[in-house]
Design a protein around this ligand. Structure first.
Ligand SMILES: NC(=O)c1ccc[n+]([C@@H]2O[C@H](COP(=O)([O-])OP(=O)(O)OC[C@H]3O[C@@H](n4cnc5c(N)ncnc54)[C@H](O)[C@@H]3O)[C@@H](O)[C@H]2O)c1
Length: 290
């Protein structure tokens, strides 16, 4: 498959990441078949995309007249059969192996044989996902960052089976989205979470051991290391439950106890202090209406 022959992209899952991925493909001129299991998720996704496009118009990144053009490229569907029109597909369904397995094997049967199937998983082995399809050499990781329309990076992840052709085409496609592809081989946590999660974990240990308050830990990293967000602010944004799950994947996958989740992180998760989404994590968001 040639880059220029990719006109229509299927995005499976219209949640946090799926709506962002659909946004950037439509914005770059691709037709997008956006698939979710229920119309209400699709409605919510289109609402988010509309608001995010408005934000781009306000910032002068998109002409007002182009907003309806971008929106018209999106085709929300609940019927999986509609993805047959796709020349490339990205999966962004929940991070549960059984859901991924079901969606990937169904998509694999519908997509044309030459079509590349990409996964946005943050922690499941690309090599294992590739092996669940009949196109392991045309399976690749496309790890977008949240929020997708804003973040420049896409880790392009090579499963053991990924062909050079599929890897190179995905890299070029990423550039067409205005994103910067970075080549990474399949390994637990890839590079992003392999490096980020131990940082967050160590920051949590500093709080647990009374070395410093969350505010102080974040201030050190922002003012001293030029990080735009402190690690604990970022952990609250990602979700403390998601952080614990990813640390578990690193510990299991790499077999090294240095990745064990900090007991304070686990305690917060047990208390349902999950970060921004629950109103409380290392910080309290309830007064901000979060
Ligand atoms: N949220 C993040 O910051 C982030 C960052 C990078 C990667 N990821 C990865 O992206 C993927 C999606 O995460 P998310 O945060 O967008 O999850 P989410 O829960 O916000 O969205 C998942 C969507 O998939 C839908 N879905 C469920 N079953 C489906 C099916 N059979 N077919 C189609 N859609 C289905 C759900 O209804 C939901 O709308 C995960 O693999 C996650 O690890 C997430």
């Amino acid at each position: 498959m040639l880059l220029d022959s990719i006109k229509t992209v299927a995005v499976l899952g219209a949640g946090t990441m799926g709506n962002g991925i659909a946004h950037v493909f439509a914005r770059a001129g691709f037709n997008v078949v956006l698939r979710d299991v229920d119309q209400r998720y699709l409605d919510r996704a289109l609402d988010s995309i509309g608001k995010n496009l408005d934000r781009e118009v306000k910032k002068g990144k998109l002409a007002e007249a182009d907003k309806p053009v971008v929106l018209a490229r999106l085709k929300p569907v609940t019927d999986m059969a509609a993805i047959a029109a796709a020349d490339f597909a990205v999966e962004a369904v929940p991070e549960k192996l059984e859901i991924k397995r079901a969606v990937l094997s169904e998509a694999d049967k519908i997509l044309r044989p030459e079509v590349i199937l990409a996964s946005n998983t943050s922690s499941i082995s690309m090599t294992a996902l590739a092996a669940m399809t009949s196109r392991p050499d045309r399976f690749v990781g496309m790890h977008f960052m949240n929020p997708v329309p804003v973040m420049a990076l896409v880790e392009v992840i090579r499963a053991l089976q990924t062909s050079d052709a599929a890897f190179n085409l995905t890299t070029e496609l990423t550039k067409k989205l205005g994103k910067t592809p970075v080549a990474v081989n399949d390994a637990p946590g890839f590079v992003s979470n392999r490096v980020l999660m131990p940082l967050i974990n160590e920051a949590a240990y500093c709080v647990m051991e009374g070395v410093a308050t969350p505010e102080a830990v974040d201030a050190v990293m922002k003012l001293g290391m030029n990080h735009p967000m402190g690690p604990l602010e970022l952990a609250d944004f990602i979700g403390l439950d998601v952080c614990v799950d990813i640390l578990h994947v690193l510990q299991e996958g790499l077999g090294d106890p240095k990745y064990r989740a900090c007991p304070l992180l686990k305690k917060y998760v047990a208390a349902s202090w999950l970060g921004r989404k629950s109103g409380r994590g290392f910080y309290n968001y309830s007064s901000q209406g979060q």
